[in-house]
Design a protein around this ligand. Structure first.
Ligand code: ZN
Ligand code: FE
Length: 263
C-alpha cells in the first residue's frame, strides 16, 4: 500500500483543514473555506475524492458547496446536526470506507462543543499508525468550548478519545496550542512535560510550523482537560477559585469555566 500524507492546510485565522492523500486523490476534513484547499490540491496535483465533516460550525463546513461545485464528491457528516449537502449521515459505530485514498474510519460520537459532534478514527495507516480527526473536541493542551453540550458530555467524549491508543495522531482543527499551554501552566505549573512542550511549541510557532498533530499519549501527559483527576490540578482549583473540588467532573467543569475567562 502507498504511504499516506496528512497535511494541515491553514484557513482563516487559526483553522486547519486536514487533507489526507495517497499522492493522487485527497480527502478534506472540515473545509471551512474552499480557496486554500483548492489552491493546495492544484499545487500538488491531487484530486478531491471525499469530504468529512465533524460538526456544523461555519468555519468547518463553509467551503463545502464551493468545493463541490458540480463535482460528484461524497460528503460525510454527523447525523445529529443540520448540515446541507450531506451524502452520508453518520453516528457512533458507523464505518466509513473510502477507496481513493484507501481509508477506513470508525465514527465516534463526541458531543460537548456541539450536540452532534463526531470524530473519525482510523485504526491504522499503511505504516500501522492510528489517527483521529476530532474537529473542535480535543485540542493540543485544550478542549472545545461548550456551545451546545454539558461538561459531563464533554468529559465523556474526551474520555472516549483518551481511550484510543497512545500513539494515535490527533488532528485538531485549530492552532490554539500556545494560548492553551499558557492556561495549562496556570492549572499545573510544576508539570515538567508541559514546561518542555511550551518550549518546543514556542520554537515551532516562531518558525511558522504547525504544532499538530499531537498524540493521545502526549495529551494525557500535558492537557489539563484530560488530567482533571490530578491532585496538582485540583489543588490549583481550590487555591485559585476557592472552590472545594470533590470529584473529577467538578474539577473538569471548573477548569472549563476558568479557561473561558482566562486571558
Ligand atoms: Zn466549532
Ligand atoms: Fe472551529
Amino acid at each position: 500500500m502507498n504511504a499516506l500524507e496528512y497535511v494541515p492546510v491553514p484557513a482563516f485565522e487559526d483553522n486547519y483543514i486536514w487533507l489526507v492523500s495517497d499522492g493522487r486523490h485527497a480527502v478534506a476534513v472540515d473545509p471551512g473555506e474552499a480557496a486554500p484547499v483548492r489552491a493546495y490540491l492544484a499545487k500538488r496535483g491531487w484530486q478531491l475524492s471525499a469530504i468529512l465533516l465533524t460538526h456544523h460550525h461555519q468555519d468547518h463546513v463553509g467551503g463545502v458547496a464551493d468545493l463541490l461545485n458540480g463535482q460528484d464528491v461524497p460528503v460525510y457528516g454527523p447525523a445529529g446536526e443540520s448540515i446541507e449537502r450531506l451524502t452520508y449521515r453518520l453516528k457512533s459505530g458507523d464505518r466509513v470506507s473510502l477507496v481513493e485514498p484507501a481509508l477506513e474510519f470508525r465514527v465516534l460520537d463526541v458531543p460537548g462543543h456541539t450536540s452532534g459532534h463526531i470524530a473519525y478514527f482510523q485504526a491504522a495507516d499503511p505504516a500501522g499508525t492510528p489517527h483521529v480527526f476530532c474537529g473542535d473536541t480535543l485540542f493540543a493542551c485544550g478542549c472545545g468550548r461548550l456551545f451546545e453540550g454539558t461538561s459531563a458530555q464533554m468529559l465523556k467524549s474526551l474520555d472516549e478519545l483518551a481511550a484510543l491508543p497512545g500513539d494515535t495522531q490527533v488532528h485538531c482543527a485549530h492552532e490554539y496550542t500556545l494560548s492553551n499551554i499558557r492556561f495549562a501552566l496556570a492549572a499545573e505549573p510544576d508539570n515538567l512535560a508541559l514546561q518542555a512542550w511550551r518550549d518546543k511549541a514556542t520554537a515551532l510557532r516562531e518558525r511558522g510550523v504547525p504544532t499538530l498533530p499531537t498524540t493521545i499519549g502526549h495529551e494525557k501527559a500535558v492537557n489539563p482537560f484530560l488530567r482533571a483527576d490530578q491532585p496538582a490540578i485540583q489543588t490549583t482549583l481550590a487555591e485559585q477559585l476557592h472552590e472545594s473540588v470533590l470529584d473529577r467532573l467538578t474539577a473538569f467543569t471548573l477548569l472549563r469555566e476558568w479557561k473561558n475567562r482566562f486571558r
